[in-house]
Each structure stands twice: as C-alpha cells, then as structure tokens.
Write a protein that binds this ligand. Structure first.
Ligand code: 5AD
Ligand code: SF4
Length: 457
C-alpha cells in the first residue's frame, strides 16, 4: 500500500495538466496510481481557490479524509489553496504532511523523498520567487488523442479580483524549442489535438527571443500529424492582430479564441485593473470579426464587482449583443484573500448579483440560439469523443470547440474515438449542433504509439 497514490483535482485546465505531470513524476518515482482513496498510501488533493470560499471546501474535504487516518496514510495538499493557506493547513489538518503550490512542483521528487523518509511538515511554497517552469518528461496524459502543453506559468497582471498572481507565482515562459520538442513528441505518439496553456497564454515571450506567440502557434500547427491547435486563456492586453492572421493562414489552428472581457463597462474595467477599455477590447473583436475564417469567440464575465451600477451592468449586456459570443462563462464576483478587491466594500447584495447573472445568462442563451443557426446546412469536421454504438449516435467537437451530436447510419461502422470526419449539420441548439455523417465520410484515425519514456540522467 505504501507506494500507491490517489489524486483528486479541482480547478482550471492548468491544474488538470499539473496533475498529469504530478502523476507522471510519481509514477517515475515508483508509485502506482489507484482509483480508490481507501487503497492509497498517499492521497493528494490538487486544489483551486479562484472563487466561492474555496479554502473552506478544502478544509471540509480534508476533514472527510480524517476518517482514513491511522492506517499509515500520508496526505498532501497541492495547488492554489496550498499556496494561499501555506502552513496554516498543518495547523488545521495536522495529518497533512506536504503542502506545495504549483511554482514548486519541479522539486516534487525531493519532497517525495523527504516524505518517504518520514518528515511530516514539508512545504513547497515558492510564492513569487522562482523563474523556473515545471518541465517533465514523465507527463501521464489522460487522453491519448488530445493533450495540453503548458507554455507559460504564473501571472503578472494583478487584476483586482484575482488570486492567481499570488498562488501561481510570477510569469515565466518556456523556450520555443522546448515547447516544439514536446509537441513533436506528442505528434509522434499519435496526438492530433494540442492545446497550449497559460494563465495568460498570449503573454508568452520566447526566452530565446526566436519567436513571437503567433509564430509559435504557426510552428506547432505545422508539425506533421497535428490537426488541431488550441490556446487558452488569452488576455486582451497582449492580444495582437498577428494571432488572427496566423489563424487565417493556418488551417490547423482552431477557429476559436477565448478572450475574457470580464465587464462591458470601462469604469468597472478600470476598477478591476484590467488596463483596457471597452473600445480597446471592441477593436480586438473587430479584427476577429474581420477574419476570413468564421472564428468563434468566447469570454468570461464577472457581475457584481464592487461599485458596479445598473448602468455599468447594462454596458455588459450591450457588449454581448455587439460581440455575439459563441459562449460565455459568467460568475458572481467573490472576494478573494490577498487581492486588492478584498479591501473594496463588496457593495452589491447577493440577490442583485444573482439577478444580474440570470439576466446575462438568459440574454446570452438567446444570442447563442440565433448565432448557432449559422451552422445549419454546413459541413463541419468533427473529432469523435464518444459513441453510443447501439443507437448509432456519436458525439464530438468541431474546430470551434462546439459539441456536435450526430448519427452514423450512413457509415459502414461507427467511427472510433479520436477519429475525424465530416458531419452535415441538420439542427442547431443554443449549446450544441446536431447532424449526420455523410455517407461518403471516411473517418481518419491516427496511429497511436505507447510512450517511449526517455529516462533523464
Ligand atoms: N470572483 C468572480 N469571478 C472570478 N474570476 C476570477 N476571479 C474571480 C473572483 N474573485 C473569474 C474570471 C476569470 C475566470 C477564470 O474566473 O472571469 O476569467
Ligand atoms: Fe483555480 Fe486559478 Fe488556481 Fe486555476 S489558477 S486552479 S482557476 S485558482
């Protein structure tokens, strides 16, 4: 039981991918992953602290772990709550032996050694000191067709509401060479869909000075075998026109940009320290709307930021009417520890926040209902994600990242997961597309290879 581990992951894609790297690192250290926490010698909890009293939830979950105590089990808390709460975690949950934020994961092998030697209060709390990124050969990706590559870690933007600059350390980019080696290796293993990750992915600056972000996108999209390249999340401040030009020029770059605006009001954007105005953002939208390809645009929104008036909120509604997003993720403002906004009075009552959230989501649903209709009759390429063979029903994703459910009665066999084929859209819904595979569609499935691990040193 001693060299088995169980890991639970919350939060963003960066966290999900961090866990893939933590799993790879542990397996390289001789550990075996188990799916049942009762069977694990080491339990890891990779936490998120973005909203909603996240730390309380973590302590609640740790309390549940307590019943597993006394069987020689060890507990580790990783991620953003680990970084935020630090050694307080040992006080509230004394059975935890390791507390580490993401900026110190590169030291995990040493921390694991200390854990095995019986140390009980091990910390990896690098805060904003490190310049290093967590690069490892041992990533265990959960999906054999589609995988993440982190190209930039941390954040230097300090938006007034956001914990990330305090939990993930300062902004640090990987070299273009190391990103391209990883992408090449993934293509060799049969991955066809690569998603470049960063808290502000387009703030990536090549430490070797060889490439711009748009050039990196094009270079990854030019690797043989790679059919789809996504990147998330972009920040409007660093959003340059050559990104749109690169998408127009490179079919493997997906026609989707996630560019969170947060608010449609310049006054609220100023209070949030977003460092752009509504007009500045709309200019970037006009570049995307002016592209030759139909590029889908998605965004994150916060309602009820301190001081947001009805008129400010109305500006968010007129902004979504103007932009016509393909999807938005909208949240009620929640005050977070350490952030400047915690010192602003959380002035908007929760009922008002809830009402604004409802109005925003209702309006967006109407926009999507109308906007998705443009796909009716189109033929779109779908990457298959799952199938219900008995019903000849298959689900997958378009380049624009839309869910497509389609029938395959016209095909000789149900297309396998990970394959690509053309689907004719016969119905559009506010959140998904419905279609049928063309009788002539030939699913393309790349050859998968097992990882050939390169052992370091
Ligand atoms: N309150 C509400 N939403 C937040 N987000 C980040 N911090 C907060 C907060 N304190 C939202 C932003 C961000 C997304 C990942 O989460 O919209 O883009
Ligand atoms: Fe959560 Fe933000 Fe940390 Fe991701 S970076 S895990 S969203 S707090």
């Amino acid at each position: 039981m001693s060299k088995t581990f169980y890991i639970e992951t919350f939060g963003c894609q960066m966290n999900a991918h961090d866990s893939e790297k933590v799993i790879g690192t542990l397996e390289h250290e001789g550990y075996t992953r188990v799916e049942d926490e009762a069977e694990a010698g080491l339990i890891l909890y990779n936490t998120c602290s973005i909203r909603d009293k996240a730390e309380q939830k973590v302590f609640h979950r740790l309390n549940e772990y307590k019943r597993l105590q006394g069987e020689g089990k060890k507990f580790a808390v990783l991620g953003c709550v680990a970084q935020q709460e630090g050694e307080r975690i040992f006080e509230k949950a004394p059975y935890v032996s390791l507390v580490a934020g993401s900026a110190s994961y590169r030291n995990l092998p040493q921390m694991i050694e200390r854990l095995e030697a019986g140390e009980t209060r091990i910390t990896g709390l690098d805060d904003r000191q490190t310049d290093q990124t967590f690069d490892t050969e041992f990533t265990v990706r959960s999906n054999p067709h589609r995988g993440y590559i982190t190209i930039i870690e941390g954040c230097d933007k300090f938006c007034a509401y956001c914990v990330v600059p305090y939990t993930r350390g300062k902004e640090r980019s990987r070299t273009s060479a190391s990103v391209l080696v990883e992408a090449r290796r993934m293509a060799d293993l049969g991955y066809t869909d690569v998603q470049l990750l960063g808290q502000n992915v387009n703030s990536w600056r090549d430490p070797s000075g060889r490439m711009s972000f748009a050039e990196l996108l094009t270079a990854v999209g030019s690797i043989g075998g790679i059919r789809r390249v996504r990147f998330t999340t972009s920040h409007p401040r660093d959003f340059t026109r050559d990104i749109v030009e690169a998408i127009d020029a490179t079919p493997t770059l997906c026609d989707h940009i996630h560019l969170p605006v947060q608010s449609g009001s310049s006054a609220v954007l100023h209070a949030m320290s977003r460092e752009y105005t509504r007009d500045w953002y709309l200019e970037r939208m006009s570049w995307i709307h002016g592209a030759a390809r139909d590029i889908s645009i998605t965004s994150d929104m916060i309602v009820g930021f301190p001081g947001e008036t009805d008129a400010d909120f109305e500006q968010t509604i007129t902004l979504i009417d103007t932009v016509k997003y393909d999807s938005i993720f909208a949240f009620k403002f929640s005050p977070r520890p350490n952030t400047p906004a915690i010192h602003m009075a959380d002035s908007i009552p929760d009922v008002v926040k809830s009402e604004r959230l409802r109005i925003l989501n209702d309006r967006q649903r109407e926009i999507q209902r109308e906007h998705y209709a443009r796909h009716l009759g189109q033929v779109v390429e779908v990457m298959v994600e799952g199938a219900n063979e008995a019903r000849h029903q298959v689900t997958g994703r378009s380049s624009q990242n839309k869910t497509v459910n389609f029938t395959t009665a016209a095909l000789a066999a149900v297309p396998p997961v990970g394959s690509y084929l053309d689907v004719r859209i016969t119905q559009t819904l506010p959140n998904s597309l419905v279609g049928e595979a063309d009788s002539g569609a030939v699913p393309f499935l790349p050859v998968q290879r097992t990882p050939d691990f390169v052992v370091l040193n």
